[in-house]
Design a protein around this ligand. Structure first.
Ligand code: SF4
Length: 383
């Protein structure tokens, strides 16, 4: 077992970091808000993929106050494409807490910062060490993997016991002088050298002190025992048009992809006939009849943490069959007349809408439904 107090690998890793660190806009800025945004965005998203979103976010909400003043829709819309949208909602709520409770200053102690919405132990450690120079651990999957290999920890890193054992190791090995750089060096080292599969041990500056390398067990560490069962769910989707307009539904404000817009969908049907009947019932309640094309327009698979959607999308046309009152004969039978559309829009429940293709970009799409918008080319879809 290598030493826990002042281990030799720590200065060697920091020296590697000084030469190899990634040039990132939130680095060395000392701004807790920017570090906070970057840490939340980089959860479940690679740094290279999230950087353009970070830049765009900072254009829209350059300060904590700007984000606190934004609406939830504005925050979620700016997050579009990153997934896991509760991160955007919680970030905004957390920032509002900072403004309302702490006078706009992000707290500099773990207890207060962890009390903020969406700020967990890792994000707290990253902000405290990088913005305030505090000797605080930031333990994420990267760090769990690196330490399990370095110190030969065979506990399941997804278990409470494994996380606790490694967190104690990190706290013991954190340097006093450069805790923020140390936490960032682990992030870069974990993404460039000690990567999840096939770590690049031949390039590793600390391999002489690594348990897994010395014992030839890099393929056995870390130990991860997955418990989450992913449920397969067939989802039948209708790309349904009324004239130039598409029918969209806003998902409930709780649960998966909450409050985001989707094409009318049905979970769990086992055949096209079942799906057609289910979608027809769905739109009948809104006053429409449905004519669904039996040829599948697109097939998609989308994996969430607990579910896997097998999506089958079909195009279809809608007719509005409810009487439209107080309209002159001259406009009564023009299906895409603005007055009729306005009337139907007003008759729909508030979680449904008719919308033109060119306005799609103004709405936050429910994950994979955004990919189905490509089926809605103006030229193909106009009646
Ligand atoms: S020697 Fe290999 S397994 Fe060990 S820390 Fe370096 S890259 Fe990771």
């Amino acid at each position: 077992m290598i030493e826990k107090q002042n281990p030799k690998w720590v200065p060697q890793l920091l020296a590697w970091y000084d030469v190899n660190k990634r040039d990132l806009p939130w680095r060395d800025c000392g701004d807790p808000y920017k570090i906070w945004v970057s840490e939340v965005m980089s959860q479940q998203t690679r740094i290279e993929a999230m950087k353009p979103y970070y830049d765009n976010w900072m254009q829209l909400f350059p300060t904590l106050q700007d984000l606190a003043n934004a609406t939830e829709d504005e925050a979620v819309h700016a997050w579009q494409g990153l997934g896991y949208y509760s991160r955007a909602r919680n970030l905004r709520l957390g920032v509002q807490e900072v403004v309302n409770k702490y006078g706009g200053i992000v707290p500099s102690n773990r207890k207060d910062i962890e009390s903020l919405k969406g700020v967990g132990s890792y994000t707290a450690g990253a902000i405290l060490s990088m913005a305030y120079g505090k000797r605080e651990a930031a333990v994420d999957g990267n760090v769990l993997r690196i330490y399990a290999r370095l110190y030969g920890v065979y506990d399941d890193i997804l278990s409470t016991k494994g996380k606790k054992a490694i967190t104690e190791l990190v706290e013991a090995t954190l340097p006093h002088d450069r805790p923020g750089d140390f936490n960032q060096s682990l992030m870069d080292f974990g993404s460039a050298v000690c990567i999840p599969k096939s770590p690049r041990c031949s390039e590793c500056p600390i391999r002489n002190m690594c348990y897994a390398y010395q014992n030839n067990v890099t393929d056995q560490l870390p130990v991860r025992i997955k418990k989450t069962k992913v449920i397969d769910v067939p989802v039948w989707v209708g790309i349904l048009q009324y004239g130039d307009y598409y029918l969209l539904h806003k998902r409930p404000n709780r649960g998966l992809l909450r409050s985001m817009w989707e094409f009318p969908s049905l979970e769990g049907a086992n055949s096209f006939d079942e799906a057609e009947q289910g979608l027809a019932e769905l739109v009948r309640a809104l006053g429409f009849t449905l004519s669904l094309q039996p040829v599948m327009a697109k097939e998609l698979t989308h994996i969430f943490s607990h579910r896997k959607w097998f999506m089958k999308a079909f195009k279809g046309d809608l007719d509005y069959v409810q009487p439209i009152p107080e309209m002159s004969d001259s406009i009564r039978y023009i299906p895409d007349d603005a007055d009729i559309i306005t009337y139907i829009q007003q008759s729909l429940p508030k979680d449904w809408m008719l919308i033109k293709r060119q306005d799609f970009a103004n709405y936050a799409w429910a994950g994979p439904h955004g990919k189905l918008t490509e089926l809605c080319k103006e030229t193909q879809c106009n009646k």
